[in-house]
Design a protein around this ligand. Structure first.
Ligand code: NAI
Length: 328
């Protein structure tokens, strides 16, 4: 039998955790032949609820679930982690400025980066879901000097999937017939969902994008502000769709992206497309199971270039703010 993969999930008692853990344990993330050992990391107030979730996980009798343990200390929670899903974060409270938010999250992601550096497995792969995801990933990566930077990623897969869904409805084709959509930049309202290089059931995405009023007044803001629309409708933020995006991200990272397609992920920039090195920005990426590669050689018109630059400028501001706070 294969050795179980250790998967650490932070914020395990939260609403995304509740939607995520059962799918990991069922094999949806790492495939039907890979047993998993779940390590749930919570803050002390979350431990009791995490114990309840662990009871339910046990009650599912998942054949692939090799064990569950619960921790409130990052050094124990990340011990031997092969995959780490950093979901728990500090939400923006009323009247909280961006600097306060970044500082509060720095208090979570700096020690978690240090713990990953100290105790995770050599092959650890990290996905940050907790917001502000890109900058939280930057903080964690910067505090884990012994772990290669390309192992720290931030989730824009939910945005990517939202773009596929909106495009599918617009073009009246199934999502499975759409390829090569990209989310660029920050997982925030400044993100740029790019369909200029897409293949929409054989039709060039640029043809759909030519309707600029639809593109700029409907498609782009619908994707970028979908999180707020879900909160308005559901009275709670996206949870199952966020968990599904996290499953897709890790599955494609580990098992590979389909031939002829790519996906979107926030990764440590190597300077591609003029994104300053060392920012965690969303790019078009492929994986053959051995790490993310940025898709090269895409040409951008003025519209796309300006949108990408604006989102990247926001990432620069966030980086400068966490640098000023001594978090990186
Ligand atoms: P939630 O509030 O239901 O759960 C968060 C959990 O994290 C709580 O149980 C809390 O006790 C725990 N937690 C807080 N600090 C922790 C720490 N230092 N270590 C371990 N656990 C800790 O929140 P929900 O809905 O599950 O969302 C989690 C995060 O995901 C939020 O930051 C949210 O903004 C973000 N998110 C990101 C998306 C993306 O596309 N990147 C999409 C949707 C949500």
């Amino acid at each position: 039998a294969k050795t179980p993969v250790n998967v650490t999930v932070t914020g395990a008692a939260g609403q995304i955790g509740y939607a995520l853990l059962f799918r990991i344990a069922s094999g949806a993330m790492l495939g039907p032949d890979t047993p998993v050992r779940l390590r749930l990391l919570e803050i002390p107030q979350g431990v009791k609820a995490a114990e309840g979730t662990a009871m339910e996980l046990a009650d599912c009798a998942f054949p692939l679930l090799a064990g569950i343990d619960i921790h409130d200390d990052p050094r124990a929670g990340f011990d031997g982690a092969n995959v780490a899903l950093l979901v728990g974060a500090r939400p923006r409270g009323p009247g909280m400025e961006r600097a306060d938010l970044l500082e509060a999250n720095g208090g979570i992601f700096k020690p978690q980066g240090e713990a990953i550096n100290a105790v995770a497995a050599d092959d650890v792969k990290v996905l940050v879901v907790g917001n502000p995801a890109n900058t939280n990933a930057l903080i964690a990566a910067s505090n884990a000097p012994d772990v290669p930077k390309d192992r720290f990623t931030a989730m824009t897969r939910l945005d990517h999937n939202r773009a596929l869904s909106q495009l599918s409805a617009r073009a009246d084709v199934p999502v499975s017939a759409i390829r090569r959509v990209t989310i660029w930049g920050n997982h925030s309202a400044s993100q740029y969902p790019d369909i200029f290089h897409a293949d929409v059931a054989g039709r060039p995405g640029a043809e759909l994008a030519a309707d600029e009023s639809w593109l700029l007044e409907d498609f782009v803001p619908t994707v970028a502000k979908r999180g707020a629309a879900i909160i308005a409708a559901r009275g709670a933020s996206s949870a199952a769709s966020a968990a599904s995006g996290a499953i897709d991200h890790v599955r494609d990272w580990v098992l590979g992206t389909p031939a002829g397609d790519w996906t979107s992920a926030g990764i440590w920039s190597d300077g591609s497309y003029g994104v300053p090195e060392g920012l965690v920005s969303s790019f078009p990426v492929t994986s053959a199971g051995d790490g993310w590669q940025i898709v090269q050689g895409l040409e951008h018109g003025e519209l796309s270039r300006a949108r990408i630059d604006a989102s990247v400028a926001e990432l620069v501001e966030e980086r400068d703010a966490v640098r000023a706070l001594g978090l990186i």
